[in-house]
Design a protein around this ligand. Sequence first.
Ligand code: ASP
Length: 436
Amino acid sequence: MWRKTPLYLKILIGMLIGIGIGILAVSTGTSWFVADYIKPFGIIFLNLLKLVAMPLIFASLVTGVAGLSDVTKLSRIGFKTVSYYLVTTILAITIGLVLVNTIRPGKFFPQEKRAELLSKYAQDIESRKIEAQSIDSDTPLQFLVDIVPDNIVKAASDNTNMLQVIFFAVLFGVAIVLVKNPKVDAVKDFVSGFNEVILKVIDLIMMFAPIGVLALLAGLICDFSGDNASDSLQLFATLGLYALVVIAGLLFVALVIYPLFLRFYAGIHFKDFYRTMFPVQLVAFSTSSSAATLPVNMEQVEKGLGVSNEITSFVLPIGVTINMDGTSLYQAIAAVFIAQVFGIDLTFTQQLTIILTATLASIGSAGVPGAGIVMLIIVLNSVGLPVEGLALILAIDRPLDMLRTVLNVTGDALIATVVAKSERAHDYTPGMIDEA
Ligand code: ASP
């Protein structure tokens, strides 16, 4: 029976058991057991996902690009992809700003908590500041320089360098199209065969997903509660309104904005879309990493939404690094929330600056846990807000990170369907995920 159970249900069951184990361990004081004997399986799962990310991007992108009949098509797809990504990011930020300015969660924040949190997390903020400083001190065109690797082996050895590997893979693929020599067919066949093998590896890894998410969630609950569960709960209540505003924003984008795009630009029923995306979202939620979720996302978008391999392999890896609707929405809300707690009124121009910098910051954030909060420092700096304000929101950043990652990966898949539809690279029939 287990073999016939759909993947999302298996993952969901794993998650629920993981949460149960986590709560049990915290309440019986056996968190050490989870840390020593359960959490390692979560880390193994995460490593497995990260392990296939680079070979997958390379193989599937080269296969996709090499399959194109002409190179102009590539620039057209690239232009569309980046434009759609920008539109959804800016929409998400605007929604975040409207919500945080209307509900004003910072006004309800107890001032005595402010001082307490500022001193509690002072040290933590320092290390993040240093991380952000190295990014902030770059020249304006540094992001372009960063896309071009000086050594492909070095680039491929670090999962945060996805754009560099994408750059090389596109270049390699374009060269395959341009060389009109039958000898090149062997290269093409090799990479395409390699791609098939990687896809099988992903299938194998996903068999382990239920255990992986079980272990990740049990570990997270123990880490989050630590020894002082009541302290965390109290903080949660204090920051609850801020968290609710972020969650409301994420839900609005997922349930109102995306369905509109699906209806008008993708021709996919939103129920079908979300059914296909559910396992992907569960993995994103458990890992807090869009980069780690990429292999599952690519597989589901192809199998369940009928998007061609050519589009999936191009649009999704790019999305992992440059499109983060959840992160940018969160950054806008967090920046204004911090301003509110410090009693600083932001002008209209400052809010516009937030739209600009949150867009850039989300493009610059890597798809890994906690990247968004480091890049938030750049948003805070741009409007002169105290970076120490991060201390206010740090305590509940992880759960919000899990949720914004879900929106990040969903947004990538959405744009893949939109681009596929406009390119007629779409072979979607309602309910196809059930047959997959
Ligand atoms: N964890 C997020 C992601 O991987 C990035 C962030 O917002 O921290 O998409």
